[in-house]
Design a protein around this ligand. Structure first.
Ligand code: AMP
Ligand code: MG
Length: 278
């Protein structure tokens, strides 16, 4: 079994500009195979996450944070629904980041991110993240350049410190092509059940496509480290996206290898006797 983490770990940050790469499907030949593999992996994902949760409930200090970044219509919500939706929601903490409030803006950009970190044992999901502070912020000059320039290093330092104390990040760039974004935005217009998602502002952002690709390239180039690498998931095909994310989570959790807590202090026999007599 090839390691999907190895396969998708960012190799060339310029991939952000490579439209063709977004529809590739490295590691699996077709949709049917991907679906079958996801089905086979699901119980493993569920158990690994439950073990991590049990570990956290028993004094463990580890947690996993899935960072989902993508351009509009890139599939962040779909990933939450179809991939994260496979595990017990009791152990999941999902945070969607929108433009910061006035109160949040009074603090350092990492302040609200710190507050969103999940409890020990949890799978945290960031739907958008601190990376927006070098993506949308950079593209729109929401803060002066000398300020956002310093954020790449600040992010690396912050993530490294967290990694040192038991937080594992799985940072995923869902990579779609401009063509696929057009198709998805058009499909939303044609589907009344998707109108709640329609945001005319997405069309303005779309016009800034090359600037976003530059900004993503910079993130991939500057914030992919040995400890906290970026993964680039080709996401034009939703079945591939789900397959890749499921593998990334399973592989990462398998590496953490959380164990069912052992409770030597419990008097199991005594409790059994008492229950039988009750
Ligand atoms: P959506 O994901 O469609 O709900 O949109 C959320 C919006 O919030 C997007 O347009 C993001 O660019 C924006 N957003 C998220 N984080 C930030 C940030 N740190 N600064 C400015 N805008 C942000
Ligand atoms: Mg949106």
């Amino acid at each position: 079994m090839t390691s999907v983490r190895k396969l998708l770990r960012v190799f060339d940050p310029a991939v952000a500009h490579d439209e063709g790469a977004a529809s590739s499907h490295p590691g699996v030949k077709d949709k049917a195979t991907a679906r079958k593999e996801i089905e086979e992996l699901a119980p493993r994902l569920t158990e690994l996450q439950e073990r991590l949760y049990a570990e956290g409930k028993s004094g463990g200090t580890r947690r996993l944070v899935l960072v989902l970044q993508a351009i509009d219509a890139g599939g962040k919500d779909g990933s939450v629904k179809h991939v994260v939706g496979q595990v017990n929601p009791a152990g999941v903490r999902i945070t969607s980041f929108v433009a910061p409030t006035a109160q949040e803006r009074r603090h350092d950009f990492l302040w609200r991110i710190n507050h969103a970190l999940p409890p020990n044992g949890y799978l945290g999901v960031f739907n958008r993240s601190h990376y927006e502070d070098v993506l949308v912020v950079r593209v729109h000059d929401l803060v002066p350049k000398d300020k956002w320039e310093k954020r790449y290093d600040a992010i690396n330092d912050w993530e490294a410190a967290l990694a040192g104390s038991g937080t594992t990040f799985v940072k995923v760039f869902l990579h779609i092509s401009k063509q696929e974004q057009k198709a998805r935005l058009l499909a939303r217009l044609d589907d009344p059940t998707k109108h709640w998602k329609v945001n005319p502002g997405d069309l303005d952002e779309r016009e800034l496509w090359p600037a976003y690709c530059d900004a993503y390239q910079a993130v991939l180039a500057r914030c992919s480290t040995d400890v906290n690498p970026w993964y680039v998931v080709p996401a034009d095909r939703k079945w591939y996206r789900d397959w890749a994310l499921t593998h990334l989570l399973v592989e990462q959790l398998a590496e953490l290898d959380p164990q069912w807590p052992v409770r030597p202090e419990l008097d199991l026999d005594g409790m059994r006797r008492r229950l039988k007599l009750s």
